[in-house]
Ligand binder design. Sequence first.
Ligand SMILES: *Cc1c(COP(=O)(O)O)cnc(C)c1O
Length: 369
Amino acid sequence: MSATTVDRNALNFSGGPGVLPARVLAETQQAIASVPGVGLSILGISHRSDWFAGLIEQIERDLRALLDLPDSYGVLLLQGGATLQFSMVPMLLLRGSGRTAEYLRTGYWSAKSIVPARLEGEVRVLWDGEAQGFRRLPMVDELEYSPEAAYLHYVSNETVEGLQFHCVPGRDGVRRVCDMSSDFLSRPIDIERFDLIYAHAQKNLGPAGVTLVIIRRALLEQVPPGIPEILDYRAHLQARSVYNTPPVLAIYVVSRVLRWLREDIGGLERMGALNRCKAECLYGVIDCYPDIYEGWARPLDRSWMNVVFRLKRPEWEAEFLDRAEQAGFSGLKGHRALGGVRASLYNGLSLQAVERLAKFMIDFARHGI
Ligand SMILES: *Cc1c(COP(=O)(O)O)cnc(C)c1O
């Protein structure tokens, strides 16, 4: 790997696919040539081999250790991204239930999740942030949950707008389903408050192609009839995540990211502290220069993963992005749905990279315009 490649990777603030730790990139490069101990390229190892079954087991062990996940939950590696879960969840939990599913509509991704749910049954949008431009999350007293709901669905971190729940919404006794695609394993969670969690890999965990699902096994006791086997969580559990050919390379990278999280970072408490520090560093600069920068999210709901902001004058934005690019930073342009600037601070991004961006932003605010 050339020096320039390393540097550009180190300053990759992309919203997704996200940056991965240098150790993981080096191990993946090695595995493409030849997996240590196997002697074959990862691209040519059978998904039916004992080695691969062992890899899946190791991923499950690492996840259980990181999350303190009891055996009453199953762990699945699926395909189809988070978007397929927008359909699989209501197929399993809403179809034919005669109940209503409750959804929090807090941004771009949760809005998308509601559309396929409506195909499966009654959906009630419990709170909708669109009229206020998706700049804040609901307060506890704005939410009236029904005790009869089939489940509550929400997105823990709205990746596009940079809004993150810093508490767990919902009512105990009603199933809680969460799309954690963009903040999974970024800090500790109280796992037993959730019934189903899904997260694709490409923000915090690895490359696109694999999606993690953690499901309370009791949910699988009443699966409605007529679901194709490939969309039935039970088939994947039974097949130990090898129902059909899985993305072996992507899964390998996930296994290395989990090792890095345990061995190099030291677990989710440490990861959370580091991520908080990274986020505070950038929000601190934004707040320090209110004539230049304007944060998108209400401060209470600011995301530790995606720092979304605008330049106070739209004409400064292109200049800011251009100069950032020249200074070696990548991926800072905001999501096409929102514009502005988005600095994504996923697990793989170092504190040093964030400090460099903070310094760049201070220089720009002082001398840039
Ligand atoms: C990126 C993202 C998605 C989209 O996931 P795909 O894997 O592309 O289907 C869904 N939800 C959230 C919260 C995201 O950040």
